[in-house]
Design a protein around this ligand. Structure first.
Ligand SMILES: [Zn+2]
Length: 478
């Protein structure tokens, strides 16, 4: 059995396979770098990371491309609000994103193209689309894609069945900004947006005048340049991107290149938090730092975000985080029991965590099959704990324990789980940092929350995260 995955386009489970002699071409819509990524963003990126790891353990080489969205309404608006250049602003948040990804033990993508770096390619794409009659320039210098020129429009989201109306609502029901009135049809979407005063210095020259590309276009351009203009094998993103973003990517790329953009579409379901939709107003758009401050290590967050099946809405709760914490402790005890048999210390575990799968997963075969069968992480973890419950280490000799560690280590690799991380990462903070943290603790006890928050931010800037305990605090490098 090779890796099977649900494909949104065909609405069926399909085998994932690269073209003969080629790595699997896997593109993911990346983060918009205008602030810290939250757990909803990370769920999608973590699920993609697990899929890539499962493919690697299965012996498939993956070319994983995930872009950086550094040019859109949000990055422009927010950089201006902070009085920074777009480049300075987005570089800061890109670096923060990288740090968070590394902390969550995500593999870096093979390539990470940026939208701003692909403006010439986007302009060439627009020119091609105009030449072929799929796009037109409006009087103000904006260019729109002519949706009626592409017969297959709506085939991914099956939008025709729901009546294609506007670009104003995405497939998760959220309303998009639509400020273009100069279109032939309300379904048409912007490929190029004519310069507006609120864009500030963020405009580029084009055959249609100064302006900037529309957001959907960037992925078509970056997929083309990252994969040499060939059909890709797999495209990932959150379900909210299915319409209009992915539908528009398909329209742009297929009309420009006359071949399929992608063979297989991989969408992950939404995240709920404590049973509610994530939103700014509810204050539940938790970042990694928010959760670390509440005492949850990045590995606990990773475990929680990948533990549910990717096609089902995951309800992220603090009870769930505590359950993940105890699940990780059980995995650690199990690793300890095997390492005791082999006569090795905890540091030896890293040597078993590998993409080189054993020939036979032995008692973990069911857990491994669950991952290959539509990335069923929930069933995989269930099967792992089923094995652990029988205390298998008790009856093993050193060789048997080593074989089991190899299978267990490949599963840990596939899930991206690291064990024993909390102890290893404890580092004593310098006296100056300790003093600041003490001041913050005292401000908090005195209910001077503004001062406490300011000190917490100062510590974060200096690279330290405070974790509150019942009767004190701990410091961790951030
Ligand atoms: Zn995209």
């Amino acid at each position: 059995m090779s890796v099977q995955l649900y494909d949104t386009h065909s609405r069926s489970i399909q085998t994932l396979a690269p073209q003969p002699g080629e790595p699997l071409r896997f593109y993911c819509c990346g983060p918009t770098v205008y602030g810290p990524a939250h757990i909803g963003n990370f769920r999608t990126f973590l699920i993609q990371d697990v899929l890539r790891r499962v493919l690697e353990v299965d012996g498939t080489e993956v070319r994983h491309v995930r872009n950086i969205t550094d040019l859109d309404d949000k990055t422009i608006r927010q950089s201006q609000a902070e009085g920074k250049s777009l480049a300075e602003f987005t570089t800061h948040w890109t670096e923060k994103f990288h740090t968070d990804c590394e902390t969550l033990n995500m593999l870096p993508p093979s390539l990470e193209p940026s939208a701003v770096e692909h403006i010439p390619q986007q302009i060439v794409l627009i020119e091609t689309l105009i030449q072929k009659g799929h796009a037109y320039a409006a009087e103000d210098g904006s260019v729109y894609f002519r949706v009626s020129s592409f017969e297959n429009y709506g085939s991914l989201s099956k939008l025709k069945q729901r009546e294609l109306k506007t670009q104003n609502e995405n497939s998760a029901g959220a309303v998009n900004d639509a400020d273009e009135y100069d279109r032939e049809s309300v379904a048409d979407f912007a490929l190029w947006k004519a310069r507006k005063p609120e864009d500030g210095d963020n405009y580029w020259a084009s055959p249609w005048g100064e302006g900037r590309p529309g957001w959907h276009l960037e992925c078509s351009a970056m997929i083309e340049s990252s994969f040499g203009g060939q059909t890709i094998d797999l495209h990932g993103g959150g379900i909210d991107l299915c319409f209009p973003h992915h539908e528009n990517e398909i329209a742009q790329s297929e009309c420009a290149h006359d071949h399929a953009l992608c063979r297989h579409w991989f969408h992950s379901a939404h995240l709920m938090v404590e049973g509610e939709k994530m939103s700014k107003s509810l204050g539940n758009l938790y970042t990694l730092n928010d959760l670390r401050e509440k005492g949850f290590s990045p590995m606990i967050v990773r475990y929680t975000l990948i533990a549910g099946s990717y096609r089902q809405q995951l309800n992220f709760t603090f009870d769930g985080l505590h359950a993940s914490q105890s699940a990780l402790t059980k995995l650690e005890r199990f690793a300890d029991s095997l390492l005791k048999k082999t006569g090795e210390g905890r540091e030896a575990l890293a040597g078993y965590i590998s993409a080189d799968a054993p020939e036979d997963f032995g008692r973990f075969a069911k857990a491994w099959d669950a991952l290959r069968n539509n990335l069923n992480t929930a069933a995989c973890l269930g099967a792992i704990f089923g094995v652990l419950g029988a205390n298998p280490a008790a009856s093993l000799d050193a060789d048997g324990a080593r074989a089991m560690l190899r299978a267990f280590g490949s599963l840990l690799y596939a899930l991206g789980l690291e064990l024993f991380t909390v102890e290893e990462k404890q580092i004593d903070a310098p006296a100056e940092i300790q003093a600041l943290a003490q001041q913050r603790w005292e401000a908090k006890q005195a209910k001077d929350f503004a001062q406490a928050d300011a000190l917490r931010d100062e510590l974060l800037e200096k690279g330290w995260v405070i974790k509150d305990r019942k009767d004190g605090f701990e410091l961790e490098p951030g």
